[in-house]
Design a protein around this ligand. Structure first.
Ligand code: VGL
Ligand code: ZN
Length: 202
């Protein structure tokens, strides 16, 4: 059992990111058993849930003529346009049915503002609007985070980089993550995480 200063952060293990989902990550469902086992070893366990209103600004369908996986500019910077996914209240936004959600202390939802995407568990993509997770972890005395989930190169990466910037010690267990890997995004995510001092563990 890990000490109370450690927390496990489980990112976006939702139906739409698993095979058959709207933004399926290859092998996304393969990590569920390992994540359930990890949750038994941590006292502090947080799940995140991507949670978008219909018509969200990150959806290609909200930008006439735009194709899914193309790029656009938002006021806060570059944005990948995704297929509609994790729409509030739909089955695609639900957690994978075998994920042991009962074990979680906190479920943090993100991406619910129509105009700004939110990959990170800590800040929206404007890098300024907090989700509240930092305050929660700090007030529990958590100093070290282990991260797992989907997708390695988007929400896991952004969460890990923000956590390192906020001063947490961060480890990503890569075997309990899966990537989207869009135009080399997995390789650049791994480089960026290592450069920020994030430990990438097999
Ligand atoms: C994610 C793309 C869009 C993720 C969420 O969980 O990595 N990726 N929304
Ligand atoms: Zn999303």
């Amino acid at each position: 059992m890990h000490p109370t200063t450690d927390a496990l952060i489980v990112i976006d293990i939702q139906n739409d990111f698993c095979p058959g989902g709207a933004l399926a990550v290859a092998g996304g469902d393969e990590i569920v058993a390992q994540v359930n086992a990890l949750m038994r070893d941590y006292r502090a366990k947080v799940l995140t849930q991507d949670w978008h209103p219909a018509g969200h600004g990150s959806f290609a369908s909200s930008h006439p003529g735009a194709a899914p996986f193309s790029m656009t500019k938002m006021p806060y910077g570059d944005q990948v346009l995704w297929p509609d996914h994790c729409v509030i209240g739909t089955p695609g936004a639900d957690f994978h049915p075998e994920l042991n959600t009962d074990a979680a202390d906190l479920i943090i939802r993100k991406g619910f503002r129509a105009g700004v995407d939110s990959y990170s568990a800590f800040f929206e993509n404007d890098h300024a609007t907090p989700t509240g997770l930092d305050g929660y972890l700090r007030s529990r005395g958590v100093q070290r985070l282990t991260m797992v989930g989907l997708a390695t190169d988007f929400c896991v990466q952004y969460s890990a980089l923000d956590a390192a910037r906020l001063g947490y010690g961060v480890t990503v267990i890569e075997s309990a993550c899966r990537a989207i890997d869009l135009d080399g995004s997995l390789a650049s995510a791994r480089d960026a995480m290592r450069a920020a001092g994030v430990v990438l563990e097999g």
